[in-house]
Design a protein around this ligand. Structure first.
Ligand code: AMP
Ligand code: MG
Length: 596
């Protein structure tokens, strides 16, 4: 049995990035740019108005206000798409529409709302003058030439995946076509005497061919072009004919016929035609998998068509597609990120490990109180396609585990998230919150000691409500630098690093974490009760029964008394004793410490 990683490495080692082709930009969505794109123009091409209003000289508005209007002579009008025919001189203005080029002499646009334009128009007053009702700074409401893209700059680099916004950028540069890596053509063959196509009535013993459709839809979703070969029957002749039809494709995907049944002939036909490996992959569902290359002569050239033989069971076929065919297609398209985004979620059902294979469990992921939860979507049989239809993720239970228990943290591949979303960063972090004097500081101290005993590298972070933080004492150099007005003071010694930076707001945790770095096994936070961090609230009996945070935000409660509120029943919140540091550390370890 080979591991999922070994199987994927082998598949990918047979595939090359395809060659580039030039095509209309609208046909390039989701494809990888195969050239650097430089601009040959400035965007915008000229200084222009960002608002409907009056183009004028900022100087002329000096002293203007609601009660002290400045009157300017309106010498013309310029609409978007035309060029100004007059200049703006001292004491004059030109009526200008959004996007219209700024007239010579003007440096600013005052929007209509800050003039008497509307009242003047409604009272049919003379429009040859305008009252400016506020003083403005030079450059207001002016979009400068080249402020978006300057001529001859590199705008889109080779390797970029083209999304709607990149297609828009290409259009704004005046590119009607782009050079992109070609989309792979993927031939799809379903096999089996029991299969009937979707437009045919069912007959006894027969089932509809669903795999072709699932696979074709997957191929399209990941950017390939499906070429449907139909159904190959369980005979050498039928399979040979069908496979021949698929050999002009970039890859052939078959489903069925790779297990050990008497009629499973795909492997015999393929073994005859090329190099093929039959693998037992350490995964469930999807154990039998075939992969190889079919050799073919194209004129005098030998060509090899990679072939992936997926199992026939509809769920196995889809899950093996996700693990092997999807990255194969993405690689051929020149994409760099082949991995599905993975999140950490709390599993809401027990999962039994039946043998030593990696389990892919169909789950529905929801987010509640800053935490992902994964619940199993029903019958996990490899023929139950509806339980994949209900799922938005695949929980991955490692082969060497004993399964998972309710409440365990598991990795989930998010089926509907694009690869570009990348791996969602999860931090091994938990906040200990509680009212003042609840005992949270002491608990953090005890937890630090406990985790140090367990061999962890710990970062502790405190949220302070007071403005001043003292790290070093008054009179020390760092203190003097800070006193002198330095915005950041850093002191580094062979043994310590301390960093103080002035801030104009109460920093959010996501602004603080990058400074702390990611070298720690666990970040213990005291406070930050308003953040979306996973939280454990410290409750102290003598301060009353009310909690600081709402129960759905919390991962656990630690108390020095007893809390027999409906909290435990309704929210299934673990309640731990304040003195039992080891139990609290166990809970943190199980839920928030990753990859240990
Ligand atoms: P096989 O791998 O050919 O032994 O097929 C395993 C199971 O998957 C059998 O119950 C098949 O009927 C079913 N199966 C195979 N191919 C398809 C298909 N294209 N659509 C739906 N079910 C299929
Ligand atoms: Mg079959």
């Amino acid at each position: 049995m080979i591991s999922v990683e070994e199987a994927l490495d082998k598949v990918l080692s047979y595939l090359e990035v395809l060659e580039p082709e030039r095509k209309p930009i609208l046909d390039c969505l989701g494809q990888v740019l195969a050239e650097d794109v430089y601009s040959t123009i400035d965007i915008p091409p000229l200084d222009n108005a960002a608002m409907d209003g009056f183009a004028l000289r900022a100087e002329d508005t000096c002293g203007a206000g609601e009660s002290s209007p400045v009157y300017l002579t309106v010498v013309g009008e310029v609409a978007a798409g035309s060029m100004p025919t007059k200049d703006v001189k001292r004491g004059t203005a030109i009526r200008i529409m959004t996007g219209a080029p700024l007239p010579q002499g003007a440096d600013t646009v005052v929007q209509f709302e800050n003039t008497d334009e509307v009242s003047r128009k409604s009272s049919r007053k003379d429009l040859s003058h305008i009252a400016i009702l506020c003083q403005v700074k030079k450059g207001l409401n002016v979009r400068c030439r080249g402020e978006d893209i300057a001529n001859s700059n590199l705008v889109l680099e080779k390797g970029r995946v083209l999304r709607p916004q990149e297609i828009g950028v290409l259009a704004s540069l005046g590119c009607s076509t782009a050079l992109v890596i070609r989309q792979p053509i993927v031939a799809i063959l379903a096999t089996g005497d029991e299969l009937i196509d979707v437009d045919q009535p069912l007959a006894p013993g027969k089932i509809h061919n669903s795999n072709t459709y699932t696979i074709a839809a997957e191929v399209s979703r990941y950017g390939g072009i499906p070429k449907i070969l139909g159904i190959g029957r369980d005979s050498i002749q039928s399979l040979t004919e069908k496979i021949d039809e698929g050999l002009d494709a970039d890859m052939l995907i078959t489903s069925g016929g790779v297990s050990k049944g008497d009629y499973d002939m795909v492997k015999d036909v393929l073994a005859e035609r090329g190099e093929i490996g039959f693998w037992t992959v350490c995964m469930k569902p999807g154990k039998p998998l075939a992969f190889g290359v079919i050799k073919k002569m194209e004129g005098d050239r030998r060509r090899q068509v990679p072939h992936l033989g997926l199992p026939g069971n509809p769920v196995s076929s889809m899950i093996t597609f996700e693990q092997f065919a999807r990255p194969a297609i993405l690689k051929m398209m020149g994409k760099k990120i082949l991995k599905k985004p993975v999140i950490q979620a709390v599993i809401e059902n027990d999962v039994l490990a039946t043998d030593e294979r990696r389990l892919f469990v169909r789950v529905n992921v929801t987010k509640r109180g800053g935490q992902y939860y994964a619940s199993i979507t029903g019958n996990q049989g490899s023929g139950i396609l509806t339980s994949v239809a209900k799922a938005n993720g695949l929980a991955v239970i490692p082969e060497n585990s004993n399964g998972a228990k309710v409440g365990d943290k598991v990795e989930v591949q998010m089926l509907d998230w694009g690869e570009e979303r990348g791996e969602v960063k999860t931090w091994p972090i938990v906040a200990i919150v509680g009212r003042s004097e609840s005992g949270k500081t002491l608990l953090v101290e005890q937890l630090i000691a406990e985790f140090k005993r367990r061999g962890y590298k710990i970062a502790a972070l405190k949220h302070s409500h007071c403005g001043d933080i003292e790290v070093d004492q008054p009179g020390k150099d760092t203190w003097k630098f800070a006193q002198a007005g330095s915005d950041a003071v850093c002191i580094s010694s062979p043994r310590k690093l301390a960093f103080i930076k002035k801030s104009d707001h109460d920093l959010r945790i996501d602004e603080v974490l990058p400074i702390i770095g990611n070298e720690f096994d666990l970040v213990l936070v005291e406070g930050f009760k308003k953040s979306k961090l996973p939280k454990i609230e410290v409750h102290r009996q003598e301060l009353g029964d009310d909690l600081l945070c709402s129960p759905e935000e919390l991962s656990a409660i630690v108390t020095d008394g007893s809390l027999d509120s409906p909290l435990t029943d309704n929210y299934k919140l673990p309640i731990l004793s304040w003195v039992d540091t080891a139990a609290i550390a166990d809970l943190i370890e199980k839920n928030f410490v990753l990859n240990r």
